[in-house]
Design a protein. Structure first.
Length: 261
């Protein structure tokens, strides 16, 4: 007797993009794209244009793009290189219609490839830039973007919110921390998740002092007073109290930026 194996259709391939369903919005939820430089939108996704495009979180899921005068590209840099000679397919659900484009990757090709809906480019920073292109003078809703191996688009499966959040935090993270330290004592602050690389950092809401005194608004660069940042890598920050008597309590908000640019 032969067993009949049911046909469930094509199994879904892994999505090589982060935040393809626009769950994570670490930078805010509404943006005016009006500069000729990389402006972040939903986590991992960025635009550039002087035209004043409006990019925002869509109330019913996904991302909403209102273009002005020209098309608008929504881009993401890949951390890992694509493989030469391999076929890839990028797909997106735009205004309820599934769009897709299949290409064979050639690392020696520096030209932009794609069609009216997609853009693939190996940029001067040696990372592949993947883009979805939206029509000029139109409001578009995009809910799913997927890059996968193969010649066909397979169905999109969202990651759990916590998984997507953790992956996005490798590129950009912000949180508050607090610690106390004594004279000439070093203190390590571990990051919630290992960053992609050593990040740029921005401090805000810094408060430190002895028994509530000597309140400051930023970490000092002085080698003789206060608290100083002495080391940072993809895992930790290290602070040192510089020759000030007593216990210093520190509270702070920090932004860590390791996004590809």
């Amino acid at each position: 007797m032969k067993l009949k194996i049911p046909n469930f259709g094509s199994l879904p391939n892994q999505n090589l993009l982060d935040n393809g369903d626009f769950q994570i919005w670490q930078y805010g939820e509404s943006f005016t794209i009006n500069q000729d430089k990389q402006q972040m939108t939903a986590s991992r996704w960025w635009c550039w244009s002087p035209q004043g495009h409006i990019v925002e979180k869509n109330a019913n899921g996904g991302i909403k793009i209102t273009t002005k005068n020209t098309t608008c590209g929504l881009y993401q840099y890949l951390e890992n290189e694509l493989e030469d000679g391999e076929d890839y397919t990028i797909s997106a659900l735009i205004n309820g219609a599934l769009k897709s484009f299949t290409f064979t990757y050639d690392s020696s090709n520096d030209e932009n490839i794609g069609n009216s809906n997609f853009s693939i480019l190996k940029s001067t920073n040696e990372h592949v830039r993947i883009g979805v292109v939206f029509e000029a003078n139109k409001t578009s809703i995009c809910k799913y973007v997927k890059l996968e191996r193969g010649k066909f688009a397979t169905f999109f499966i969202s990651k759990k919110y916590s998984e997507e959040w953790a992956e996005c935090c490798r590129y950009y993270a912000q949180w508050c921390f607090a610690f106390a330290m004594t004279n000439s004592y070093e203190y390590n602050v571990s990051f919630p998740i290992k960053m992609r690389t050593t990040p740029a950092y921005t401090f805000s809401d810094v408060r430190y002092g002895i028994n509530g005194q000597n309140i400051k608004t930023s970490f000092t660069d002085s080698h003789t007073t206060g608290v100083q940042l002495t080391f940072i890598d993809s895992n930790i920050m290290r602070f040192r109290q510089n020759y000030q008597d007593g216990v210093i309590a520190v509270t702070c908000r920090v932004i860590l930026d390791a996004e590809i640019s």
